[in-house]
Ligand binder design. Structure first.
Ligand code: NAD
Length: 460
C-alpha cells in the first residue's frame, strides 16, 4: 500500500446509527482514560484487562492510579451503565463492534520495543473474532514502531480468526497523544486525530466513530497508511524531547554567564511563532513512560536501518546529564554528601500523576545514595510507588515541611503546585542549612537568592 495521504480535514458530522459498543483492551493510563472519555461521549464501553484487581477497581468506580477527573468520570459513566470492566476478552469482543488495543509497549534492555503484550492481545482478539459474525474493527492505539500493525498484528489476527483483514474485519492504527495529569481533558479535546488505515472501509469506520464523538469541535484529522501513523507518534515525542534537551543545553550555557536566566531566554525565543513557548522549560529533563522509551525505540530502529541517529542520541545524552548536573549543584554547595541529609521534593515524573516510570527522582536519588547521602523524600501522590522502588533505603515524609526537617539541602524534582507555595522562610525554619537546588525553576530567583542559598538550573 502506498502513502494514503487521502485527506487533511476536520472531523465532520457523519451519521453512525445506534449505540456505539466499544471494547478497550488494557486498562492503563491510555485505556482507562480513553474508556472514560468515550463513555462520556455516549459510547458503551467494555473495559478489559487481564489484571483482575484493576477490573474490580474499575467496577467499583475506583481509579487504579492517580489521574485528575478520572474517578469522577468513572462514577458518571458507571451510573449510566456506560462502562463495564471484565477480564473476559472474548465476551468483550463478541459484545462490541470496535476494539481499541491500549496495552503497554515497554522497552527491552537493548532499547527496542517489547511487543509481548501487543502479541498476546492480538492473539486473544483474533481467537474471539473467529467466533464473531459480522464486521469488527480493531484499532491499535498502543505506541508501536512502523510496520508493527501490518506485519505483526494483522497476521496474528488473520491466523487466529481464520478471517481476512479488509473484508471480514478492519484494522487501523490510531496513535494516542494524551498527557498524564490532563488525560481526561486531552481525551475530550484532542488537538488532532491521526488514523492509519489498512483499507478505506477501516478508516471510514473509525472516522465515523470520531465524527460522532467530536462533531461539535473542529478537530484536524489526518488519514494515512498504517506505518505513517505509527511513525507520527515517534516523530512527535522525539521532537518534544528535542525541545526539552535543547533548552536544557541553553540552560547550562546560562549558568556560566553571570546574570542570565534561561527562563527569560525561553520567553524571548518562545515568542517567535515558528518556535512557540511550550516545552521550553529548562529543568532536570524529561522522564515518564513515553519519551525515554519512544526515543530509545526510534534510535534502535534507526540503527537497525543503518541510519545515524546522532541528533536523537544527543537529545538522550543531554537528558541523562541533566540529573547528574543537579547532583553536581548539590555537591558544590553541600560538599561531601556522606551522611548529609538531602530532602527530595517530588518523586513522580511530572505533577498530577503518581507515575514514576523513568522519573528523574530515581536517577537523582540513586546518585545521592551512591555518594552516601541520607535521603528523605516527599510527594503528594507517588510515595507508594517510590516505596516499591527504594524500599527502606530512603525515608518518606508525610508533608513537604516534614521532609525539609534538618536537611542540609533541598532539591525540587517535580513541580507540584503545593511546592510552589513554599516561602523562603519555610525552608529556613525547617532545614539545618537553607540550601535549595531548584530543578524545575519554580521559585522567583530574586526573592529566594535574597533570603537563602538558592541555585537553579539555568541561572547564571
Ligand atoms: P500501562 O502499562 O499503564 O497499561 C497497560 C495495561 O495493559 C495494563 O493494565 C496491563 O495489565 C494491560 N494488559 C497487558 N496485556 C494485556 C492483555 N493481553 N489483555 C488485557 N490487558 C492487558 O500502559 P499505558 O501507559 O496506558 O500505555 C499504553 C500504550 O499507550 C503504550 O504503548 C504507551 O507507549 C502508549 N501511550 C502512553 C501514554 C501515557 O501517557 N501513558 C500516552 C500516549 C501513548
Amino acid at each position: 500500500m502506498g502513502i494514503h495521504q487521502k485527506k487533511v480535514a476536520f472531523v465532520e458530522e457523519k451519521r453512525m446509527s445506534g449505540q456505539q459498543n466499544i471494547s478497550i483492551v488494557g486498562m492503563g493510563y491510555v485505556g482507562l482514560c480513553t474508556a472514560a472519555g468515550f463513555a462520556s461521549k455516549g459510547a458503551r464501553i467494555v473495559a478489559t484487562d487481564k489484571d483482575q484487581q484493576k477490573v474490580d477497581s474499575i467496577n467499583k468506580c475506583k481509579a487504579p492510579f492517580h489521574e485528575p477527573q478520572l474517578e469522577e468520570a468513572l462514577r458518571k459513566a458507571t451510573k449510566q451503565s456506560k462502562i463495564k470492566g471484565t477480564v473476559d476478552l472474548e465476551k468483550a469482543i463478541l459484545e462490541t463492534d470496535v476494539t481499541f488495543v491500549t496495552v503497554g509497549t515497554p522497552s527491552k534492555p537493548d532499547g527496542s520495543s517489547d511487543l509481548g503484550q501487543v502479541q498476546e492481545a492480538a492473539t486473544e482478539i483474533g481467537k474471539a473474532l473467529s467466533k464473531k459474525e459480522g464486521y469488527h474493527l480493531v484499532v491499535v492505539k498502543s505506541t508501536v514502531l512502523p510496520g508493527t500493525t501490518e506485519n505483526l498484528v494483522k497476521p496474528i489476527l488473520e491466523k487466529q480468526s481464520n478471517k481476512s483483514c479488509g473484508s471480514d474485519f478492519g484494522l487501523c492504527m490510531n496513535p494516542e497523544f494524551l498527557r498524564e495529569g490532563s488525560a481526561i481533558y486531552d481525551t475530550l479535546h484532542p488537538d488532532r486525530i491521526i488514523i492509519g488505515e489498512w483499507d478505506e472501509k477501516s478508516g471510514d469506520t473509525l472516522e465515523s466513530l470520531y465524527a460522532l464523538f467530536y462533531k461539535q469541535q473542529k478537530i484536524p484529522l489526518i488519514r494515512t497508511n498504517l506505518p505513517t501513523a505509527e511513525l507520527i507518534k515517534y516523530a512527535n515525542n522525539a521532537f518534544l524531547a528535542t525541545k526539552i534537551s535543547y533548552i536544557n543545553t541553553i540552560a547550562n550555557i546560562c549558568e556560566k554567564i553571570p546574570e542570565t536566566d534561561v527562563a527569560k531566554v525561553a520567553e524571548g525565543i518562545g515568542l517567535d511563532n515558528r518556535i512557540n513557548p511550550r516545552f521550553l522549560r529548562a529543568g532536570l529533563g524529561y522522564g515518564g513512560s513515553c519519551f525515554p522509551k519512544d526515543l530509545k525505540a526510534l534510535i534502535a530502529l534507526a540503527k537497525q536501518q543503518k541510519i545515524e541517529a546522532t541528533m536523537l542520541e544527543a537529545v538522550q545524552k543531554v537528558n541523562t546529564n541533566q540529573a547528574k548536573h543537579a547532583v553536581e549543584l548539590v555537591k558544590k554547595e553541600v560538599g561531601m554528601l556522606e551522611n548529609k541529609r538531602i530532602a527530595i521534593l517530588g518523586l513522580s515524573f511530572k505533577p498530577d500523576t503518581g507515575d514514576m516510570r523513568e522519573a528523574k527522582s530515581i536517577q537523582i536519588i540513586n546518585m545521592l545514595l551512591d555518594e552516601g547521602a541520607d535521603v528523605s523524600a516527599y510527594d503528594p501522590v507517588a510515595v507508594p510507588n517510590a516505596k516499591a522502588i527504594f524500599k527502606k533505603r530512603i525515608s518518606y515524609a508525610t508533608s513537604a515541611l516534614n521532609c525539609l526537617k534538618d536537611a542540609d539541602c533541598a532539591v525540587i524534582v517535580t513541580e507540584w503546585n503545593e511546592f510552589k507555595d513554599l516561602k523562603p522562610e519555610d525552608f529556613i525554619a525547617s532545614m539545618k542549612q537553607p540550601i535549595v537546588v531548584d530543578g524545575r525553576k519554580i521559585y522567583n530567583p530574586e526573592t529566594f537568592t535574597k533570603k537563602l542559598n538558592y541555585k537553579a538550573i539555568g541561572l547564571g
